[in-house]
Design a protein around this ligand. Structure first.
Ligand code: PLP
Length: 366
């Protein structure tokens, strides 16, 4: 099996499976209990927070959530109630994941003034985001790495410039696709959404990083766990697995660059394959095999046990609007394939994929 759909989700590391099952078997206390078992469970939470903050290279706090969707909903919907500096402006991109786009749509319906900056033309995209900020901007929300194209925003640059323009503006970053894959120095924000299952951790666990002094209303209320910001017994086993995934994710910078170069060069030998990827997240490559619909190619590759995605995993069967934002025509978007690699990906996986695409073209080209 050749799994090249790692932007959708990843195979858990063996060390993660061991950490989750080890914790379930030997450390099942409730982190709120006052006895030793509770204290042991609480220690897992504290250690995991430190592992995450260390990897982020940031001072601040970690709120554990059920995943990045909950993290972003908490950040975006919980913010307006606590930050009233007079601004009602929101600046974001035209290519956010729905977990950010939808809560922002809701805020827009509630009267917030939303500016969505398009990447069309691309040159100095960060500057265009920065230029959209003014004294009325409450929030800037941008994704670090686009899940469909690999387009990267230097969020550290955006953060610094936004704070210069308006120190009251809060910056939120969906860092799901960049975390552990790109250098943390490109990441800076007041609020950061993270997900474990994109980095070989368990599904159903994520985190919201928030800087000290950040305030937001909880999305989930009840027993007051996690400083009353997210009630519910903490899923200590999943949290142990999340921390283990962060610890275990190797530096793949050179590996991804080499595999990406190889794939681009093999695809370059085929007729009518166009590359749709932008920016430099080398673990993601999006391309169109002109004349062969994505789903046809996807299922053809599946017969060889090669798993890729058509556009985004979240836009099942639909032509991706995000690709259009990056200047990809509807026709090319209809035949787009997204390959996303992992530390397990090998050169021979890439050879097998390129061979599969070449055979698919021979079989299906209209
Ligand atoms: N943000 C991005 C960029 C994603 O790719 C995804 C998952 O597809 C999410 C957010 C949602 O993450 P989760 O599945 O943890 O809710």
């Amino acid at each position: 099996m050749i799994y090249l759909d790692n932007s959708a989700t990843t195979r858990p590391f063996d060390s993660v499976i061991a950490a989750v099952s080890g914790n379930m078997a030997g450390n099942f206390g409730n982190a709120s209990s006052l006895h030793k078992m509770g204290i042991n469970a609480e220690k897992v939470l504290k250690d995991a927070k430190n592992v995450l903050l260390d990897k982020l290279g940031l001072d601040g706090e970690i709120l554990f959530t059920s995943g990045a969707t909950e993290s972003s909903c908490t950040a975006l919907l919980g913010l307006p109630g606590t930050h009233r500096h007079g601004g009602n402006g929101i600046v974001t991109t035209t290519f956010e994941h729905p977990s950010v786009a939808k809560p922002i749509e809701r805020l827009e319906n509630d009267g917030y003034n939303v500016v969505r900056v398009s990447p069309k033309g691309i040159a100095d995209y960060e500057q265009r985001i920065i230029d959209a900020v003014n004294e009325k901007t409450l929030l800037v929300s941008v994704m670090w790495v686009n899940n469909e194209t690999g387009f990267v925003i230097d969020t550290a640059r955006v953060y610094k410039a936004v704070k210069r323009e308006n120190p009251h503006t809060i910056v939120h970053v969906d860092a799901v696709q960049g975390f552990c894959k790109l250098p943390a120095k490109q990441l800076k924000a007041d609020l950061i959404s993270l997900s474990a299952h994109k980095i070989h951790g368990p599904k159903g666990i994520g985190a919201l990083y928030y800087s000290k002094n950040m305030r937001f209303d909880p999305l989930i209320i009840g027993g007051g766990q996690q400083k009353d910001l997210r009630s519910g017994t903490e899923p200590v086993d999943l949290i142990a697995g999340f921390a283990e995934a962060v610890r275990s994710y190797p530096d793949c910078t050179e590996k991804y660059a080499a595999l990406n170069d190889k794939l681009v060069s093999l695809l370059g030998e085929l007729d009518d394959v166009v590359i749709n990827s932008y920016g430099n997240a080398k673990n993601i490559l999006n391309f169109s095999v002109c004349g062969v619909r994505s789903e046809i190619m996807l299922h053809f590759l599946e017969e060889r046990e090669i798993y890729v995605s058509s556009g985004s995993a979240c836009s099942k069967g639909k032509t991706s609007g995000v690709l259009g934002e990056f200047g990809v025509s509807d026709k090319d978007a209809d035949s787009a394939i997204r390959v996303s690699m992992s530390p397990f990906t090998t050169e021979s996986d890439i050879d097998a994929l390129a061979e599969g695409i070449a055979d698919g073209i021979k079989r299906f080209r209209r």
